[in-house]
Each structure stands twice: as C-alpha cells, then as structure tokens.
Design a binder for this molecule. Sequence first.
Ligand SMILES: [Zn+2]
Length: 224
Amino acid sequence: MAGLNRLLRARGSTIFSITRSCSSSLNSEIDLRAASSVNHQRLPLCGEREPKDRNVQWVFLGCPGVGKGTYASRLSNLLGVPHIATGDLVREELSSGGPLSSQLAQIVNQGKLVSDEIIINLLSRSLEAGVAQGKSGFILDGFPRTIRQAEILEGVTDIDLVINLKLREEALLAKCLGRRICSECGGNYNIACIDIKSENGSPGMYMAPLLPPPHCASKLIIPI
Ligand SMILES: [Zn+2]
C-alpha cells in the first residue's frame, strides 16, 4: 500500500489517508497530502469532461474489513454516482454467464487470483455501461489493488480523490470475522462489536456492530 500511495502522490492525485483510532468517526485523524497535477496522455474511456461538468470520480482503498464498502456505498447513494466494487463485478460476471464467466470460474475454482487484465476488462465494461446510461462519476471500491492497476486506471480516466482508510489490526480481524450476509436479500452486516480498552498510553476504541433488521436476522450466513 505504501508503494501505491507513493505512486499516486507522485502522479498528481490527492490522497486522504484516514485513520480511525478513538471512535468510528471518519474524521478522527485526517492526513491530507496533495501534489501538483501532471499532464498525462488519456484514453477516451470516460471522456475528458472537466470535474465541474461531471460527478465525482473517487477511489476508496484499504484492507479487507476496514469499511470501505460501507462508506463507498453510503456516499454513492448520497452523491448519486455508481459504486463499483471489483469483487461484485467478478461475482456478477460469474452468475450472469457473461463472456468471461467460464474463464473466471476456472480461476476461482483453482483458488488463483483474477488477473489485472480481467479486472480491467470488467471495470471498463462497467464504466462504459454507466456512461451509456448517462451516468457520470463513480466511486471505486477496492480498486486499484496493484501499482500496475493504478497505472492503467490513470491512463483511462481522471481520479479526483483517493481515500485510504486505515484501522487497527485487531479491529480489522474482528471486522473480517464478524461479516455476515443475508441469504435472502444479500444485505451486508457485521456482528463484531469492537471494544478495545485503552492500555499503556494507546487509546481505546469502540465501534458498534452493524446489525441486521429482524427479518434478516435468522437468515445470516458467513460469506466465503
Ligand atoms: Zn435480508
């Protein structure tokens, strides 16, 4: 992640590095690093619209369990922009039997990582579909995951803001283990209650669980 931060800083993006330490509040510690903009050659994937003529084009990064999906989803609803999670794109392609589904099924069954090429392909299609429907802007969740993906993304579109969410390791582990999905409606919940006491000068931390409504409570499953 440090390498990606360096790359993104060097290439002129703006990065908010956010650490949640004493509470679940987003603004407990904000470290803003802005760098000067650099001119790049652009591919015409998302057009060359000025930021004032389109919606936000943001990227949310962070470890599994940090909450980037939750925040990206809430903000995308608030701002009216597509929330694009590459994990969802892979699952949708697999379940819809799209052109890459058999290749993806093979990769997933062998327990291998999905290649950058396939991820970029799925992402490009999703972005193009959004543009075709008259949508502008996006919040990318969990992408880019590698420096190469960041370089490719930079080549195809402008990114206005990168938010790198951070969380203490013990809280991350608890959040990952506490994940639950409703087997009926697909709703995402988290039963982990993070309550770390302050000790030896390090601050305590409390994060309430994200509990399901009563009609989902008996249908929760642990995601794979
Ligand atoms: Zn449900």
